[in-house]
Design a protein around this ligand. Structure first.
Ligand code: SF4
Ligand code: SF4
Length: 337
C-alpha cells in the first residue's frame, strides 16, 4: 500500500490509538525557520539553552533523517477543567506525563509504517524538530498570535508528536491563519510577554519562569504570578477557538488530587517525589516547587499560612529563604497578620 491509501490507513490507526488530530507535511516544509533563528538570536528563549543548540538542524528534518520525505504529525487532546483548590497548575501537567504515553503510541504507528517499507524517527517535544510550524504545515491548524498551534476543533489544547519518515505520503493542505483582528491572548497575558503578535519573550512568561527558570523569580513577576504554582494557561484559555473543546477521555491525563498549598511547604524530598512521580512536575524538584508555592501564598495566602511561610525563612537554599521573606512581607502588607 502507498500514497493516499497508506495515509488514510495511518489516519485510521492514529484515531484508534486515541489521537484527536492527524496530518502529513511534506519535506521540505515551510517551517518559519528564519523566524526561529531571529527569535533565538534575540535571546527570547531565556536560559533554555537546548533550544539554541544547532537551530539549522531543527529547521531541516533531512539533517536528522537524510531520506525523510514526509512528516506525520499527531495531536492528543489535553483539555480538562481546572480543579478548584485555590491554586492553579498548567492543564497539561494536571495528570500523568504525556511524553511516554504519546511516544509509545507513535512507536506503534511507526511499526505500521515500517511494515510498508518506511524508516521512521518519532519525537514528542524533545526532538530536533520545530513542532508547531510542522503541525501547521501538516494542516492541523495555524500558529496563532500566542505562538501556539490553534486547531479549529480542539483550540489550543493539542499535545503534539511528530514522526519523520522516508515514506512519500500525500501532504495535507495547510490551514490559513484564522486569528484575524483578535487580540485576546495578548490582552490576557499578565506579564506582557508578547512584544508583538506571534512573538513570545520567554523571559517574561510565567510558564517559563515557574517551570524552566532555575533561579529566583524576578520581583516584577511575583505579583502577576497570582495563584499559578506551575505554568500558566492564560493565553491558551483566552482563545475563542476553544469554544468547541471537549474534556480529554485519556485516563492518564486525569487531574491528580493535591493537598492545600500550605501543606506542601512541609514536604520532604521524598514526599515531593512520591506525589509527582510520573508527572511533568517531578522535573521541577522540591526547591523550585517551594519557590513557586511561597510566591503563590504571598499573593493569595491568609493568616493561617503565616507559620508555614515563616518556617522557611532560614531555609538552607537561599532562593527558598528569600522567597519566604518576600511572601511574609506580602502577607504583612495585606494585613493578614
Ligand atoms: S503562558 Fe501566561 S505568562 Fe506566558 S505568555 Fe501565555 S499568558 Fe503570558
Ligand atoms: S486568542 Fe485570538 S489572536 Fe490569540 S491565538 Fe486565539 S484567535 Fe489568535
Amino acid at each position: 500500500m502507498e500514497g493516499a491509501a497508506l495515509r488514510d490507513l495511518l489516519r485510521r490507526e492514529a484515531e484508534i490509538l486515541g489521537f484527536a488530530a492527524f496530518g502529513v507535511a511534506p519535506v521540505p516544509a515551510e517551517l518559519r525557520a528564519d523566524y526561529f533563528r531571529r527569535w533565538i538570536a534575540g535571546g527570547n528563549h531565556g536560559d533554555m539553552a537546548w533550544l539554541a543548540r544547532d537551530p539549522d538542524r531543527r529547521a531541516d528534518p533531512t539533517r536528522v533523517l537524510p531520506e525523510a520525505r514526509s512528516i506525520v504529525v499527531l495531536g492528543a487532546n489535553s483539555w480538562q477543567p481546572q480543579p478548584e483548590r485555590g491554586y492553579r497548575v498548567a492543564t497539561y501537567a494536571l495528570g500523568g506525563d504525556y511524553h511516554d504515553l504519546l511516544l509509545r503510541r507513535l512507536k506503534r504507528l511507526c511499526a505500521v509504517m515500517r511494515d510498508h517499507g518506511g524508516a521512521q524517527r518519532p519525537y514528542v517535544d524533545t526532538g530536533p524538530v520545530l513542532e508547531k510550524p510542522v503541525a501547521a504545515a501538516a494542516g492541523l491548524g495555524w500558529q496563532g498570535k500566542n505562538t501556539l498551534l490553534i486547531h479549529r476543533r480542539h483550540g489550543t489544547w493539542l499535545l503534539l508528536g511528530v514522526i519523520l519518515t522516508t515514506l512519500e505520503l500525500p501532504p495535507d493542505k495547510p490551514e490559513p491563519d484564522r486569528c484575524g483582528s483578535c487580540t485576546r491572548c495578548q490582552d490576557a497575558c499578565p506579564t506582557n510577554a508578547f512584544p508583538a503578535p506571534y512573538t513570545l519573550d520567554a523571559r517574561r512568561c510565567l510558564a517559563y519562569l515557574t517551570i524552566e527558570h532555575k533561579g529566583p523569580i524576578p520581583e516584577e513577576f511575583r505579583e502577576p504570578l497570582g495563584d499559578r504554582v506551575f505554568g500558566c494557561d492564560d493565553c491558551l484559555t483566552a482563545c475563542p477557538w476553544n469554544r468547541w473543546a471537549v474534556a480529554t477521555r485519556e485516563a492518564r491525563f486525569a487531574a491528580r488530587p493535591l493537598p492545600p498549598l500550605r501543606e506542601t511547604l512541609a514536604w520532604s524530598e521524598e514526599d515531593f517525589a512520591r506525589t509527582f512521580a510520573g508527572t511533568p512536575i517531578k522535573r521541577l524538584g522540591l526547591a523550585r516547587w517551594l519557590r513557586n508555592a511561597l510566591t503563590v501564598l504571598g499573593n493569595t495566602g491568609g493568616a493561617a499560612d503565616l507559620a508555614a511561610v515563616r518556617a522557611h525563612l532560614g531555609h538552607p537554599d537561599p532562593m527558598v529563604a528569600e522567597h519566604a521573606a518576600w511572601a511574609e512581607r506580602r502577607l504583612r502588607d495585606r494585613a493578614v497578620v
